[in-house]
Ligand binder design. Structure first.
Ligand SMILES: Cc1cc2nc3c(=O)[nH]c(=O)nc-3n(C[C@H](O)[C@H](O)[C@H](O)COP(=O)(O)OP(=O)(O)OC[C@H]3O[C@@H](n4cnc5c(N)ncnc54)[C@H](O)[C@@H]3O)c2cc1C
Ligand code: FES
Length: 290
C-alpha cells in the first residue's frame, strides 16, 4: 500500500464535544488511497522538536472526490493540545495512509455491530458509513452502533451515521445521556432487550474496553474485529515501540508480538494475548446505575 508524506492544508477546525475537535485536511494524495481503519501520522509542530514525535490519528471521514479527510481527536496531552490550537489555512506535515484496514463481512452475514468507547468513535464514523452502503444492497442487512462515553458533554454527535441507516444506541458511564453504564453494558443489555443477534463486531476504544469486548465476543462465539491503540513513536515499523503480545503463528510457546502500526491497527481479537499485556487492561468499575 503506497504511503505518502504530504503538506496538508487545514481547511476547517471545529470543537464537537468537550475537549474533542474535528479537523479537515486537504491532502489529495493521501486521501486517494485512504481506507477506513487506517491512520495517519501527524507532525504537530512545524518548528522545533516539542513534541518530538509525530502523533497517530485514524481517518474519521474520507472525502475522495474533494481530496480531503477529517480526523477527530481528544485533547489528552501536549501534542493534541497543540493540534487543537492550529488554525484554518495552516499546513501540517502528514504521513499516510498507514496500517491495515477494516474489511466487509463475509457474504452470509447480515447483522453487524460497531462498538465504540470514547474517542474510539473516530474510525467508526467512516467505517459505519461504508457498512451502511453495504447494508443498502440487501434488505436483510442491519448495522448497529453501540457508543459509550464517560459523560454527556463528551458524546460526539452521531446524526450523520443515523441518517445513513445505522441504528445507534448511546450510553454514558454516569447516566447523563442514554443508558447508564459502559459501551459493553450497552451492547450486552440492548442485544438482550431487543433480541439483536450480531454476527460480527467491529470495535474501537480504550484497551480495557477492547479486552472486555473480546471476552464477551468469545463467550457469544462471535468474531470481533478491533482497531487497537498503542503508544507509537515512528508509525512505520522502525522503532518496535507499539508491540502487543499475540498468539504465535506456529505451535511454539514463545510469546509472539505484533506491531500495531504495521500488522494493525485492525486485528481479530482472538489473535491478541490479552492476559499477557503489561499493564493488564483493567475494565473500569461500572458506576452503580439505578
Ligand atoms: C493507530 C492509532 C490511531 C489513533 N487514532 C486516534 C484518533 O482518531 N483520535 C484520537 O484522539 N486519538 C487517536 N489515537 C491516540 C492518539 O494518537 C494519542 O491520544 C496522542 O498521540 C496523544 O498525544 P499527546 O501528545 O496529546 O499526549 P501525550 O503527552 O503523548 O500523552 C498524554 C496521555 O495520553 C496517553 N497516550 C498517548 N498516546 C496514546 C495512545 N496511542 N493510546 C492511548 N493513550 C495514549 C499517554 O500515555 C498519556 O497518559 C490513535 C492512536 C493510534 C495508535
Ligand atoms: S510505532 Fe514504531 S514500530 Fe510501531
Amino acid at each position: 500500500m503506497p504511503k505518502t508524506q504530504e503538506k496538508a492544508r487545514l481547511l476547517e477546525t471545529r470543537r464537537v464535544a468537550e475537549d474533542t475537535h474535528r479537523i479537515a485536511l486537504y491532502a489529495p494524495r493521501i486521501t486517494a488511497t485512504a481506507r477506513p481503519g487506517q491512520f495517519v501520522m501527524v507532525r504537530i509542530t512545524s518548528e522545533g522538536t516539542d513534541p518530538l514525535l509525530n502523533r497517530p490519528f485514524s481517518f474519521h471521514r474520507i472525502h475522495k472526490d474533494d481530496g480531503l479527510f477529517e480526523i477527530l481527536f481528544r485533547v489528552v496531552g501536549r501534542g493534541t493540545w497543540l493540534l487543537s490550537q492550529r488554525k484554518e489555512g495552516e499546513t501540517l506535515e502528514v504521513i499516510g495512509p498507514l496500517g491495515n484496514f477494516f474489511t466487509l463481512p463475509p457474504a452470509h452475514e447480515e447483522t453487524v455491530a460497531l462498538v465504540a468507547g470514547g474517542i474510539g468513535i473516530a474510525p467508526m464514523e467512516e467505517w459505519g458509513h461504508r457498512l451502511a452502503q453495504w447494508a443498502r444492497g440487501d434488505e436483510a442487512r442491519r448495522v448497529y452502533l453501540f457508543y459509550g462515553a464517560r459523560t454527556a458533554s463528551e458524546v460526539v454527535p452521531t446524526r450523520r451515521l443515523e441518517r445513513k441507516g445505522v441504528t445507534t444506541f448511546i450510553s454514558t458511564d454516569d447516566g447523563t445521556l442514554g443508558r447508564c453504564g459502559t459501551a459493553l453494558d450497552l451492547l450486552d443489555q440492548t442485544c438482550r432487550d431487543l433480541s439483536i443477534r450480531p454476527q460480527r463486531l467491529y470495535s474501537c476504544g480504550p484497551l480495557a474496553m477492547q479486552a472486555a469486548v473480546a471476552t464477551w465476543a468469545r463467550q457469544q462465539n462471535l468474531p470481533a474485529v478491533m482497531s487497537l491503540e498503542s503508544v507509537m513513536a515512528c508509525g512505520i515499523g522502525a522503532c518496535l515501540g507499539c508491540a502487543l503480545p499475540a498468539v504465535p503463528p506456529d505451535d511454539s510457546s514463545r510469546i509472539h508480538y505484533v506491531h500495531v502500526c504495521k500488522e494493525g491497527p485492525v486485528f481479530d481479537s482472538r489473535k491478541i494475548l490479552w492476559e499477557k499485556m503489561e499493564p493488564m487492561p483493567v475494565r473500569p468499575l461500572s458506576f452503580v446505575c439505578s
